[in-house]
Design a protein around this ligand. Structure first.
Ligand code: FAD
Length: 470
């Protein structure tokens, strides 16, 4: 167990296939969880797709409350605070299957359970957790996350929102404007990042949503997709926040923001999987039914190639996401067995695989976009119509490349983090890179390769791809 792979090592270390977790390894509990989530989606979300396209924010809130009643908002929350305290794989699984019908709900779910709740479960004091987490876990309260500002998007630590300590030292007064805040229209609590004096780094605060305390909202943003996800500006005008509502320490906000995003990124990848499965199923069904040239269009090579590409990407994204989820869960379990609190173990476990989280966010968000795009193409003119499911799926997919750190930022982060790990000696890139350099200088082998072993050729291709990277 202690020999399990470290984050980033997949590039240089071979892993035995039996050590890689895939959805085929789901245990009975996980299969039951998956089936119950699918049932929930088929009952509460899929039949209401049309309403979700008509900016029905109340519907999103209503279904979020139902998800709370069924416990889905609490899967990642420790039992001590009213949660189901499920393992990391299960939390990824719920996020995956609950996100397949509409990006509006998926965004509300992710913003609440992830960035709206996790900063408290991971960084909160005992009092903060006791006070807020049970309400968030049950869906009695909803959370939102206020990091982005008009002038601070990708450069998230450059926000201008200020937190000024009161003269009597009992509270901070927060003043500033936040932008693009998911769930703003119906949340009870904001995680707000603000700067104290001229600190280098921002600080996190838990702020209850009380309009009489200097909090006001902009109108709902009118968006390309996720139309029933509430997205508003949030303004704080000398909003009083008790000092005990500071999250972690002064200047720790950027760290909180980034670590919350690490978890958010693998969950976002998961949230793009079921949409692909449903898009592929819909496309296959349509291609079998639609007849042109007296032939079902599914018989045409061009259509088959599209479906093959869609299925290939969905399979690869799904496999890689669950592989990383299990690696994270193993790492968390090791840390817990070494005496770390669940909080520390989860933080460190996810941080260890932050490279994979960024890679998955980029890859799977681009896959779902390509998948829904080809879904439209397979439907032809019907694909362009609001009456067929492909149109909204395509519009909803687009946001995944932007939030939780744009794909440009995540691409840079994954490489930056890998280089850092190599410098720290956590991943030996130099040794394998030198070996590749030597191989290139040497005489190539002219032996006829033996591909008789199962997947031998595929394995060799992957090894070669890794060499190209090195
Ligand atoms: C629907 C929606 C919901 C959202 N929900 C939330 C939320 O709940 N809470 C929250 O805090 N934020 C939220 N956001 C904000 C989101 O996280 C930001 O939009 C995102 O981080 C990008 O910031 P930006 O829009 O300011 O773009 P910018 O940072 O201005 O980027 C513009 C372009 O420049 C590129 N770019 C920027 N810097 C670099 C660089 N160094 N190198 C290369 N390219 C670069 C970007 O990749 C992008 O393509 C949401 C956004 C949307 C649209």
């Amino acid at each position: 167990m202690s020999d399990i792979i470290r984050g980033g090592q997949f590039l240089v270390k071979e892993t035995k296939c039996e050590d890689i977790f895939t959805p085929e390894d789901f245990n009975e509990e996980q299969i039951m969880m998956r089936d119950s989530v699918i049932e929930f989606v088929d009952k509460e979300l899929w039949p209401n797709k049309e309403r979700f396209e008509k900016k029905d924010y109340a519907l999103t809130e209503e279904v979020m409350r139902k998800a709370g009643e069924l416990g889905y908002l609490s899967v990642a929350v420790p039992a001590a605070y009213g949660g189901m305290e499920m393992g990391f794989i299960n939390t990824v699984l719920v996020c995956d299957y609950i996100s397949g019908a509409t990006g509006s709900f998926s965004t509300a779910f992710g913003a609440h359970t992830g960035i709206g709740t996790m900063p408290i479960t991971l960084y909160g004091t005992e009092e903060q957790k006791q006070k807020y987490v049970p309400k968030l876990a049950s869906g009695e309260w909803f959370g939102a996350y206020c990091l982005t500002e008009p002038g601070a998007g990708s450069d998230a630590n450059s926000g201008k929102t200020k937190a000024v300590l009161s003269e009597d030292g009992t509270h901070y007064k927060i003043t500033g404007g936040k932008m693009w805040i998911s769930n703003a229209g119906f949340c009870n609590l904001f995680i707000v990042f603000a700067r104290i004096e001229d600190d280098k780094n921002i600080t996190g605060f838990i702020v209850e949503n009380d309009p009489s305390n200097g909090i006001s909202l902009g109108d709902e943003e009118h968006k390309l997709g996720i139309r029933s996800s509430s997205t508003r500006q949030v303004f704080f005008n000398e909003t009083k926040v008790p000092v005990e509502n500071m999250l972690a320490g002064r200047g720790e906000g950027f760290k909180i923001a980034m670590n919350a995003l690490n978890v958010g990124r693998i969950k976002l990848a998961a949230a793009c999987l079921e949409a692909q499965r449903r898009t592929i199923s819909g496309a296959v069904q349509y291609a079998n039914e639609r007849v042109q040239f007296k032939t079902p269009i599914s018989s045409f090579g061009a259509i088959q190639a599209k479906i093959a590409e869609m299925a290939t990407n969905a399979y690869a994204g799904e496999s890689a996401t669950y592989r990383a989820a299990a690696d994270i869960e193993n790492r968390i379990n090791i840390r817990v067995s070494e005496g770390n609190s669940h909080q520390e173990a989860e933080l460190k476990g996810v941080e260890e695989f932050a490279i994979e989280c960024s890679i998955l966010k980029v890859a799977v968000s681009e896959d779902v976009q390509a998948c829904t795009d080809e879904g439209i193409q397979i439907f032809g003119g019907m694909g362009f119509s609001e009456d067929a499911p492909m149109e909204s799926a395509w519009r909803d997919a687009r946001i995944a490349r932007i939030y939780e750190g744009t794909n440009e930022i995540n691409r840079m982060l994954s490489v930056g983090m890998l280089v850092k790990k190599a410098m720290k000696g956590h991943v030996d890139l130099l040794g394998p890179a030198m070996a590749v350099a030597e191989e290139l200088m040497g005489i190539p082998s002219f032996d006829v390769p033996d591909y008789s072993e199962l997947f031998a050729e595929e394995k060799e291709m992957i090894a070669k791809l890794k060499k190209v990277f090195l």
